[in-house]
Design a protein around this ligand. Structure first.
Ligand SMILES: [Fe+2]
Length: 174
């Protein structure tokens, strides 16, 4: 049994208000547990899934003070492009299909390409940048959790000299 199973899913009553009255962010490990639990219960979300030929399809499943959960579908070829999560921590689970994740976690901060297999979960802290893409031949469905809830994201392009900021996004664009 992995340590992660000992981390409770993020029930609203686990939020601990700080002195400012806002909820304390969940840890990446807690977010990992949230997405893994939901990915393992397709009866809670599979009837909502749609596929879109333009951009990826997505819908928010949970909107709590301390975290939010999104359901996303990916047709072959659909991708996020490089982005951060605006200071939020996050995790995602591949519930159906498989994806590929590009990050700068390779040697000397070089490009790292990792297959995210069916059932796999990735979790990350604030400041993490990645590009997630469906390079497979079939659709994929993923569950994502962020804490605090996403308030903004920056998009980047990978150029010869490294990542270059290209755009800022806010919730009004989601
Ligand atoms: Fe992301």
């Amino acid at each position: 049994m992995s340590l992660d199973f000992a981390v409770p899913a993020a029930a609203p009553d686990t939020a601990v208000p700080d002195s400012g009255g806002t909820a304390r962010p969940l840890s990446p490990n807690a977010l990992r547990a949230v997405v893994r639990d939901l990915a393992g219960q397709p009866d809670r979300w599979i009837h909502r899934v749609r596929l879109a030929t333009g951009d990826r399809w997505y819908e928010r499943l949970v909107s709590a003070e301390d975290h939010e959960v999104w359901l996303i579908s990916w047709l072959p070829g659909q991708s996020t492009g490089f982005h951060d999560h605006g200071g939020s921590r996050g995790a995602f689970a591949v519930a159906l299909g498989e994806l590929e994740e590009l990050s700068l976690g390779g040697p000397e901060d070089g490009l790292l390409v990792q297959r995210v297999a069916p059932g796999a979960v990735r979790a990350f802290g604030a400041g993490y940048l990645h590009d997630v893409r469906n390079t497979s031949a079939g659709p994929a469905v993923t569950i994502h959790a962020y804490s605090p809830p996403l308030s903004g994201m920056t998009r980047y392009e990978l150029r010869a000299g490294g990542l270059v900021r290209t755009a800022e996004e806010g919730p009004e664009q989601w």
